[in-house]
Design a protein around this ligand. Structure first.
Ligand code: G3P
Length: 246
């Protein structure tokens, strides 16, 4: 055990230069709480400027290409993002799996590309409402995790984020029991692939309508090692209470 909590904001397609003051304010909050690892995954256009104002927080990106360079118009390699100042990359977010058609194999390849560039990775998994209602969410999400898991997955560069798709941006979250059960199932799935020792060290975050109102309860669940936070990470006023809850 002894996993350090990780709380990462995902700004998605939000954030202009005028929002850099929020990065600064979040960075100050992070500096006051070194016991928690705090970061913000910003749009790529903000990485350089955000990295100069990050204080005690890390700056991350939200996606990368699986190749290191080449004829991929409009895409960014992990090396480029690292050079710009990113320290983490989110891969496999459900919004990209759905809208960009990213497969589990794509997600694993992107994670490896990020690692090769020296970046840490937050790999997302999660079920649709149909799957949750059908009653087999744990089996589906564990399968998705194992299919997306990159070779050499290890706790010093990889964290997992469980984000039920139906909880993202909706204000709805699963019951605490359902979250606890899913996280325990994910850790067992990890152990089956990478061994109990490494699985025990790997952080599994919860994401989906996490806020200052529910973060303390969610992060008190033994297998919940932090959060991946969307809407509530956009301002220091909203993100501060989530960080404090960790
Ligand atoms: O990656 C974080 C995310 O998908 C959750 O978004 O707005 O529900 O916190 P939100």
């Amino acid at each position: 055990m002894g996993r350090r909590k990780l709380v990462a904001g995902n700004w998605k397609m939000n954030g202009m230069k005028s929002h850099l003051a929020e990065i600064e304010a979040i960075g100050r909050i992070a500096a006051e709480r070194p016991v928690v690892e705090v970061g913000i995954c910003v749009p790529a256009t903000l990485i350089m400027a955000a990295a100069e104002r990050k204080g005690g927080a890390f700056i991350g990106a939200q996606d990368c290409h699986m190749n290191a360079s080449g004829a991929h118009t409009g895409c960014l390699s992990a090396d480029m993002l690292a050079e710009a100042g990113a320290e983490y990359i989110i891969v496999g977010h459900s919004e990209r799996r759905e809208a960009q058609g990213e497969s589990d194999a794509d997600v694993a390849a992107k994670a490896l590309a990020a690692k090769a560039a020296g970046l840490k990775v937050i790999l997302c998994v999660g079920e649709s409402l149909d799957v949750r209602d059908a009653g087999n969410a744990e089996a589906v999400v564990c399968d998705q995790l194992l299919a997306s898991l990159p070779q050499g997955a290890a706790a010093d560069w990889l964290a997992i984020a469980y984000e039920p798709i139906w909880a993202i941006g909706t204000g709805r979250i699963p019951t605490m029991e359902a979250v606890a059960s899913m996280h325990a199932a994910l850790r067992a799935a990890l152990a089956s692939r990478i061994g109990a020792h490494e699985a025990d060290a790997m952080r599994i975050l919860y994401g989906g309508s996490m806020s200052g109102d529910n973060a303390a309860e969610l992060m008190a669940i033994p297998d919940v090692d932090g959060g991946l936070v969307g809407g509530a990470s956009l301002t220091a006023a909203k993100f501060g209470p989530v960080i404090a809850a960790a």
